[in-house]
Ligand binder design. Structure first.
Ligand code: S3P
Length: 449
């Protein structure tokens, strides 16, 4: 799994309409943060609805290596006995974060201001991804990173013995970078300030406040400014993890492109830093109703009723990119089934995800008979309308869960089946994907490679 194990080839075929209720798993971003903040708190944090995907399990293992007691008590129910801010122990071995950029970058942040040394690695996908975006600001606190050329893993981080607080403007729109700086700021004296030009997902800020940190947020003309007072005592909390809107995206998009489908996806986050895909789908003509809006686990949520729709291509506003950054692969699939062009600009960050997602989607869509255009920062999909995608190809997933799930969704609506070369990375974020989709009536199966 996650690039370390056997490849699992899979195939999706068109067939029956999708019907039923899709209960997607816990949010990945919030699950990582629940374990990390629990480990940095005093007392016992209890977590329910934790995503038990490989990425989060790797973070649980890492938190144990830094000295926290992390225990699974039942499905999705976990307990974390933290060591307090500044209490991390030096790990006895290399920290393997598997496939998870969020895991490694956030964990680097929260150890960077402790006088300990740790070495990080990951799978073949993670070892290609840039870590300089976090080690540059962490160096301002006094931490020292020694990695491979280009700031790649494996990498050793020597934490600052006498950390100083930092004021940092993030050069790329990244919640991982913002969060790494805030988590490092926890153990620096004084005030750490992060400024982001475009708002990115705000789970770290919301949860830090929930755990008792003093944090102020100001919206200024130059962007969002976050001010954190260092060396707080974080207090253990009960965290109810809401469902993951990025996982909900797959059944939602499948229902929109498979004729006669009608599904309900309960408890989908409407957090404005995460809901850009749903806004975009509605602009494309999607029949989605947002029922019973309420709050769950500190996040605004709604139940989504989704029916098959005839969609049209649109221009996605670039300023929306951060609020749907993980959803572009499946949006590209929906775009292939819409009438006309869908233009996705301002998406260069997709090139440094689990794979180069612009390239992975462009090559896979072309193999399925869809015309695309791309440049460094743009993906344009020429839609073929409902039922118009030929399919009949094998798509490479490049150790990327979202590329795998996206092409399997497309296979449910294409004329010929679509295979993916390796669906094993799906277990990093959505271990129940196959069962959930089968429950809706989708024809997705494992095949001999
Ligand atoms: C995440 C932030 C995003 C996103 C990732 C999860 C997080 O990455 O792509 O899946 O939990 O902070 P970037 O911060 O690099 O944009």
């Amino acid at each position: 799994m996650s690039g370390h194990g056997e490849a699992i080839a899979m195939v999706a075929r068109s067939g029956a309409a999708l019907r039923g209720v899709a209960e997607v798993p816990g949010d990945k971003s919030i699950s990582h943060r629940a374990l990390i903040l629990g480990a940095l708190s005093v007392g016992e944090t209890r977590v329910s609805g934790l995503l038990e995907g490989q990425d989060v399990l790797d973070t649980a293992r890492a938190m144990r290596a830094f000295g926290a007691e992390v225990v699974r008590q039942g499905p999705g129910t976990w307990s974390v006995r933290g060591v307090g801010v500044g209490g991390f122990a030096e790990p006895a071995d290399v920290i393997d974060c598997g496939n998870s950029g969020t895991g490694v970058r956030l964990i680097m942040g929260c150890m960077a201001t402790s006088p300990i040394t740790a070495t990080f690695t990951g799978d073949a996908s993670l070892r290609k991804r840039p870590m300089g975006r976090v080690t540059v600001p962490l160096a301002l606190f006094g931490a020292e990173a020694h990695g491979r050329r280009g700031g790649r893993l494996p990498m050793t981080l020597v934490g600052a013995a006498d950390p100083v607080p930092v004021r940092y403007t993030t050069p790329v729109p990244s919640a991982q970078v913002k969060s790494a700086v805030l988590l490092a700021g926890l153990n620096a004296p004084g005030e750490t300030v992060v400024i982001e030009r475009e708002p990115t997902r705000d789970h770290t800020e919301r949860m830090l406040r929930g755990f008792g940190a003093q944090l102020e947020i100001e919206d200024l003309p130059e962007g969002r400014l976050i001010r954190l007072r260092g060396q707080p005592e974080l207090r253990a909390q009960s965290v109810a993890v809401p469902r993951d809107p990025s996982s909900a995206a797959f059944p939602v998009c499948a229902a929109l492109i498979v004729p006669k489908s009608d599904i309900l996806v309960p408890g989908v986050s409407q957090n404005p830093t995460r809901n850009g895909l749903f806004t975009t789908l509605v602009e494309m003509g999607a029949d989605i109703s947002f029922e019973t809006p309420r709050e769950e686990g500190g996040e605004p949520v709604a139940d989504l009723r989704v029916r098959f729709s005839n969609l049209r291509g649109i221009e996605v506003p670039p300023r929306r990119a951060a609020s749907m950054i993980d959803e572009y692969p499946v949006l590209a699939v929906v775009a292939a089934c819409a009438e006309g062009r869908t233009v996705m600009r301002g998406v260069r960050e997709l090139r440094v995800k689990e794979s180069d997602r612009i390239d992975a989607m462009a090559r896979g869509l072309e193999a399925c008979g869809v015309r695309v255009e791309e440049d460094e920062d743009t993906l344009i999909v020429h839609g073929l309308g409902a039922g118009g995608v030929p399919g009949g190809a094998t798509c490479a997933t490049h150790i990327d869960h979202r590329i795998a799930m996206s092409f399997l969704v497309l296979g449910l609506a294409s004329k010929l089946p679509i295979r993916v070369d390796d669906g094993s990375p799906i277990a990093t974020s959505f271990p129940a994907f196959e069962a959930l989709m089968a429950g809706l009536g989708a024809d997705i199966a494992r095949v001999q490679p």
